[in-house]
Structures are given as structure tokens and as C-alpha cells.
Design a binder for this molecule. Structure first.
Ligand code: ASP
Length: 310
């Protein structure tokens, strides 16, 4: 009898403490900037379709219990291969008419991170950033050093002309902005962030923006949030945007929304750009102070959005 009571007690405790479905959340950006509202429907639909495909890809990984790092990488590789975005294939032109690419990735559980800047022949910079994180003892490789590291790990390569796209060429000399990024929370409670870009249109030789700088364009901390930025890289570096948002949450005890908005609207200037972010509880915030920001997000509670303007 006594044993039966103990058994019933144990069953009762384990049932009452059964965890609700585990949370997951994802947010994606495809760049912020002066995105004209006069954009023809045919072009808008292309962007929305691509964001939708990327969102579904990331969501499926998380839904099936995959790692946030894998969701971030898959989404970014997809967007890097799409010429619509200023990352990978669609990377903008430097002042010299070539392409120099940057990327970074961070694991919010371990603070491990990897980044590369100024690569010219790496097909998917986000994967090389991941290799830096996993296979080297360093965080950031630049230019020729990054190419040498790509040789070492056998990263897929392309000639620099692979990044030439007609659309980008026409826009040469106009200050077009872009970049892609992804942040995710997986069912294990791990946050990850990644960012990849061709940088700013017409940038000078060797210029490095915020995208490969951990703490500026990318940051993830399981105790607060994951952030990926897009916009005027110099400003995002100056204000250490991604880590400042994490710190405001972590030490200032603010919500994800409050932390992001205080940086985007009070520290940065109108037109500088925006961020996507998710926190450890699965909240999502995507504030921006430019005309538009290509973005998409979803979570395990059924929330879903794909937007370009306010
Ligand atoms: N932040 C990127 C850079 O400065 C560009 C962008 O997001 O549009 O390189």
C-alpha cells in the first residue's frame, strides 16, 4: 500500500511538472535602407518569395528540434545564393568594381564565434565564418589570411566575377544598402546569430563594416538575446550595437523590445538601419529607423510575418 502511494505520488509530481511545448523562434533580415515604396509589385513579390522560402527553411529546422546555429547557417546560405540580396552572389561592388565579402556567426551558449572579412573567392562566407569558429583558435580572419584559411578547410571557391550581377552593376554609384542576417532560438534554449554581406556599395579597398565584427553586427548570449544588424556599418561599429542591446537586456533588465528600440531610436540616427533580435524566451523584435528593412519572423506559438516597410 505504502509503495503504491509513493508510486502515485511520483507519477503525480512528474505529470504536474510536465513541461509545456518547447519554444523556438526565428527572425531574418535581407537588409535595411532607402527601399522605395514605389517598388514594382513584380520585384516586391520576388523579395517576399525569397524571404518566405528562407523562413520556412529555418522554421523547419527548429520545429524538428534542430540547432539554432544550423537554422542560422541554412537561412544565410540560402540568401547568399540569391542574387536579390547584398551577400554572397548578390554582393555589391566596391569602388574598384570588385567584390569583398564579410560574415560572422556566434553561438549564444558558449560565446564561440567566427568571422571573416574581405574575402573575394569564397562562395558562402557564412560557412567559412562557421569554420573559423569550429576549426581555428581565432575569431576573425581578414583578406589573404581568410583566403588561406579557406584553402586549409577546403571551402567552396568561385572567381570574383561570380558575384557580378546585372542588377547590382546598374546600381553602381547609387548608395544601395543591403546585407542578410538570421537569429534563432532552438528548443534547447540556445540562441545563435549570423550576418553576411557584400558591405557598402562603393566601399574603399579594405573597408571593414560591422557585419564581421562580433558585438557590432552580430551577437548572441543565451542569458539575453541574439542580434543581427544591417545598415551603415560605421555607425553600428561606433556604438557596438549588437552587444549594447544584449547588455541593456542583461544588466539593465529591459525587455528585448525596449533594449532594441533604445539603441535604434535613441543612439543611432534616422536612416542608419535596423536589427533583428530574438530573446531566450522566444520574443522577437525587429526595430529599424530607415525607410524599410526586408524581414521575416516566426515562432512556435504560430506568429509569422514577412514585411518590407513599417
Ligand atoms: N552593415 C553592412 C556594412 O556596413 C551593410 C548593410 O547592412 O547594408 O557593411
Amino acid at each position: 500500500m505504502k509503495q503504491l502511494l509513493i508510486f502515485l505520488l511520483i507519477v503525480g509530481i512528474s505529470c504536474s511538472s510536465a513541461k509545456p511545448d518547447k519554444n523556438y523562434a526565428i527572425a531574418i533580415h535581407g537588409g535595411a535602407g532607402t527601399i522605395s515604396k514605389d517598388m514594382p509589385d513584380s520585384i516586391r513579390i520576388k523579395y517576399e518569395k525569397s524571404l518566405r522560402a528562407a523562413l520556412d527553411m529555418g522554421t523547419n529546422i527548429l520545429k524538428n528540434g534542430g540547432r539554432s546555429l544550423d537554422a542560422v547557417m541554412s537561412v544565410i546560405v540560402y540568401l547568399e545564393n540569391d542574387p536579390l540580396f547584398n551577400a554572397g552572389k548578390g554582393a555589391v561592388y566596391t569602388a574598384e568594381g570588385t567584390h569583398e565579402l564579410d560574415a560572422s556567426i556566434m553561438d549564444g551558449k558558449t560565446y564561440a564565434c567566427g568571422a571573416i572579412t574581405g574575402v573575394t573567392t569564397v562562395k558562402n562566407p557564412i560557412l567559412l565564418a562557421y569554420d573559423v569558429m569550429m576549426k581555428s583558435k581565432h575569431v576573425l580572419f581578414a583578406g589573404p589570411g581568410a583566403e588561406k584559411f579557406a584553402d586549409k578547410v577546403g571551402a567552396p571557391r568561385v572567381p570574383n566575377t561570380y558575384f557580378d550581377t546585372e542588377n547590382r552593376f546598374e546600381q553602381w554609384n547609387k548608395s544601395k544598402k543591403g546585407t542578410v542576417g538570421c537569429v534563432a532560438l532552438d528548443q534547447e534554449g540556445n540562441l545563435a546569430a549570423g550576418t553576411s554581406t557584400g558591405g557598402m556599395m562603393n566601399k574603399e579597398f579594405g573597408r571593414v563594416g560591422d557585419a564581421p565584427i562580433i558585438g557590432a553586427g552580430t551577437y548572441a548570449d543565451n542569458l539575453s538575446c541574439a542580434v543581427s544588424a544591417t545598415g551603415s556599418g560605421e555607425e553600428f561599429i561606433r556604438h557596438g550595437v549588437a552587444k549594447t542591446i544584449s547588455d541593456i537586456m542583461k544588466y539593465g533588465k529591459k525587455s528585448l523590445k525596449e533594449a532594441g528600440e533604445s539603441v535604434i531610436f535613441q543612439i543611432l540616427k534616422t536612416g542608419d538601419g535596423g536589427i533583428i533580435s530574438v530573446d531566450k524566451d522566444g520574443n522577437i523584435a525587429m526595430p529599424f529607423n530607415s525607410l524599410g528593412m526586408y524581414r521575416a519572423a516566426a515562432n512556435s506559438k504560430g506568429f509569422e510575418t514577412i514585411k518590407i516597410w513599417e
